[in-house]
Unconditional design. Structure first.
Ligand SMILES: C[S@@+](CC[C@H](N)C(=O)[O-])C[C@H]1O[C@@H](n2cnc3c(N)ncnc32)[C@H](O)[C@@H]1O
Length: 257
């Protein structure tokens, strides 16, 4: 399926590097905040988000934190990160462009950088953006509409939504696994919902930070070990040249659960 050149051009790597796909402009219009005020809030957005967290990773409340507590806080924090680390984000988009095709799941898609870029790729039929945070979903739906991509990208709360396909051709899950109550179980869900010839693009950071700046990251050694055992028994890594922190995988057969 090919894309009109205008959409692909608006979501090119160059545009990401220039302004994150008009990120500040989009955020300021969506939040109805003056662009100057918005820029001033970005530098503290990471510590503002950490301050909302009760302080210890709690599997019983972690989902409520993302769904009810963080609100617009994550939009600001992710915007600050994507703008200040644009070269890194650009490499994740190059990686995505190499593998994404057909029906793409962006699990925990945040502000939609990857989902929007994937929706503009000719090999992609539809992007299914899943995120617990209703403000993230509203922002990404709004951006998709604005970029003329509303018919190629839809937003959903979780994978139990019956509108979602049973299996995907590509699963993108970047900087999310360490936020989940059971990352190993999530890998099994991905394995079960990935076509046998599909690819999963994954990364993780099971660390609360040298100064405790990521209190919302899971770092329990037993769970991390279980994660790697599950990864190694369910997926085979595929080499790519873009990043060493973000990996590409094919599902291994015979392990569906
Ligand atoms: C650090 S952000 C990463 C966003 C995006 N993938 C990126 O690379 O910029 C983590 C995202 O995962 C979402 N999230 C956390 N737990 C989730 C869950 N159980 N299901 C779906 N999304 C979740 C959060 O709302 C947030 O948008």
């Amino acid at each position: 399926m090919s894309q009109p050149p205008s959409i692909a051009a608006e979501l090119s790597i160059d545009q990401l590097l220039l302004h994150g796909f008009d990120l500040l402009q989009h955020l300021s219009t969506f939040l109805e905040v003056d662009p100057h005020d918005l820029k001033q809030r970005l530098p503290s957005s990471s510590s503002d988000l950490a301050a909302l967290h009760p302080g210890a990773f709690d599997p019983l409340t972690v989902e409520t934190f993302y769904e009810e507590t963080v609100g617009d806080g994550h939009l600001l924090e992710l915007a600050a990160w994507h703008l200040s680390s644009a070269a890194y984000i650009a490499d994740t988009l190059r990686l995505q462009a190499q593998f994404a095709r057909g029906h793409v799941l962006d699990f925990g898609g945040g502000i939609g950088t990857h989902a929007l870029a994937a929706a503009a790729l000719g090999a992609v039929e539809h992007v299914w953006f899943v995120d617990l945070n209703p403000r993230n979903r509203a922002f990404v739906s709004w951006r998709a509409e604005r970029l003329g991509l509303a018919d190629r990208l839809s937003c959903h709360r979780d994978l139990s939504d019956p509108a979602l396909p049973r299996a995907f051709d590509t699963i993108v899950c970047l900087d999310v696994l360490e936020h989940l109550k059971d990352p190993a179980a999530q890998l099994k869900v991905f394995h079960n919902r990935l076509h046998h010839d599909g690819h999963a693009l994954l990364n993780w950071y099971f660390f609360r930070g040298f100064a405790g700046e990521y209190p919302f990251h899971l770092d329990d050694p037993a769970q991390v070990e279980q994660f790697f055992r599950t990864l190694q028994s369910h997926f085979l890594e595929v080499f790519h040249p873009w990043l060493i922190t973000t990996r590409a995988y094919r599902p291994m057969p015979g392990n569906a659960e």
